[in-house]
Design a protein around this ligand. Structure first.
Ligand SMILES: Cc1cc2nc3c(=O)[nH]c(=O)nc-3n(C[C@H](O)[C@H](O)[C@H](O)COP(=O)(O)OP(=O)(O)OC[C@H]3O[C@@H](n4cnc5c(N)ncnc54)[C@H](O)[C@@H]3O)c2cc1C
Length: 326
């Protein structure tokens, strides 16, 4: 079957593969994140043709299905198809690699958060865009983690929140030791800054701050970046102890709003949900901004809805949901 996009790209599907995987194999990169049908980042419009659902499209509403929306990570074409998906050329020379890595450092910046630094073998490394994630493979388990460090660093830093009874959480929090050998596969995902021609609004919950740390730190260090618009960061956590990064910048100005969701009498900042605080503080300014949201799927789906309700175009909302890995 042939897969065509309305911007004029065309390639063949590969049997039993999703449109997204066929695109990746053919050297095209469409927007995606979890590849499990949960986050909805790869949502697109099927303009012509028929597809077969290989995995459940959890992130689509019935209304969206009726309106010919599909998730490219879940559907295989069963006829020639035309879709409205954009090829992300900035990722063209970024190769996905599988590499052995060793744990170089372990820190516990909060009780339920671990910071893991990974080092590559001599002469090996990965090239990535700030905001992307990688998969860590250990003992037949595969989990995705956003890269918190920048491409200027030699090692890769991850920021991981403990999930109760989580298989990989058990490893990280109870067994992991410096020098342990793991494998990584990456970089992956399309959560990176497209351009900075509009004000930028970042929303994070919990360790969803990891890719945003990477993006903002890189922008701050980039001598070619000239800030022309406001940059806002809204970071939410359940408890004040979970703010494990102090955003401080030398060259850019970022307004930082820390928000906790559980009321605390010793807390001087905002209490509530990040997306609602962003709405309250920025109001109509949100509509002319590019919004980048990362963390819980609940926050992402809610932000997408409330911001779209006030007129934010779908194409100005980028997200990476920390949904469950399979
Ligand atoms: C693109 C992407 C990037 C990610 N980046 C990060 C990151 O930088 N830092 C980070 O801390 N996590 C990140 N995650 C989440 C991470 O991949 C794991 O899913 C999470 O850490 C749980 O893994 P686990 O093996 O400990 O738990 P599992 O063994 O997978 O799950 C244990 C139990 O917890 C539930 N559960 C699993 N995941 C979640 C969840 N996210 N929320 C609520 N309940 C859950 C499961 O249903 C299950 O009942 C990312 C996920 C994706 C898809």
């Amino acid at each position: 079957m042939r897969i065509k996009t309305i911007e004029g790209n065309e390639f063949s599907s590969t049997e039993a593969n999703s449109i997204l995987d066929s695109a990746l194999l053919a050297g095209f990169i469409f927007e995606y994140s979890c590849k499990n049908g949960l986050c909805g980042v790869c949502k697109t419009t099927l303009i012509e043709g028929k597809v077969l659902e290989l995995k459940s499209q959890f992130a689509l509403t019935d209304e969206e299905k009726k309106n010919h929306k599909i998730l490219t990570c879940c559907c295989e074409p069963v006829s020639d198809v035309v879709i409205d998906a954009e090829d992300l050329t900035r990722l063209k020379n970024i190769d996905v690699k599988t590499l052995p890595v060793r744990i170089s450092e372990i820190n516990f910046p909060a009780k339920n958060i671990i910071e893991v630094v990974l080092r590559f073998p001599p002469a090996a490394s990965i090239k990535f865009l700030e905001g992307q994630y990688l998969d860590v493979l250990w003992n037949n388990i595969r989990r995705s983690y956003s890269i918190a460090s920048t491409s200027l660093d030699k090692k890769v830093k991850l920021l991981i929140k403990k999930v109760d009874q989580g298989q990989m959480s058990d490893y990280w929090f109870d067994q992991a030791q410096v020098n342990d050998l793991l494998r990584i596969e990456g970089p992956k995902g399309t959560f990176f800054i497209r351009d900075a021609v509009k004000p930028l609004v970042f929303l994070a919950t919990g360790t969803g701050i990891a890719p945003i740390m990477s993006i903002l730190t890189k922008i701050d260090q980039d001598s070619e970046f000239t800030q022309q618009h406001a940059i806002h960061l809204f970071w939410g956590n359940r408890y004040k102890e979970d703010f494990v990064w102090q955003p401080m910048f030398k060259n850019i100005e970022v307004s930082v709003e820390k928000v906790i969701s559980k009321s605390d009498k010793d807390w001087g900042g905002e209490t509530g949900y990040v997306q609602m605080i962003a709405l309250e503080k920025l109001g109509a300014k949100l509509v002319v901004s590019d919004v980048y949201a990362c963390g819980s799927n609940a926050m992402i789906q809610s932000s997408k809805q409330v911001f779209s309700d006030i007129g934010l175009p779908e194409k100005q909302f980028y997200s990476d949901a920390f949904v469950q890995s399979f």
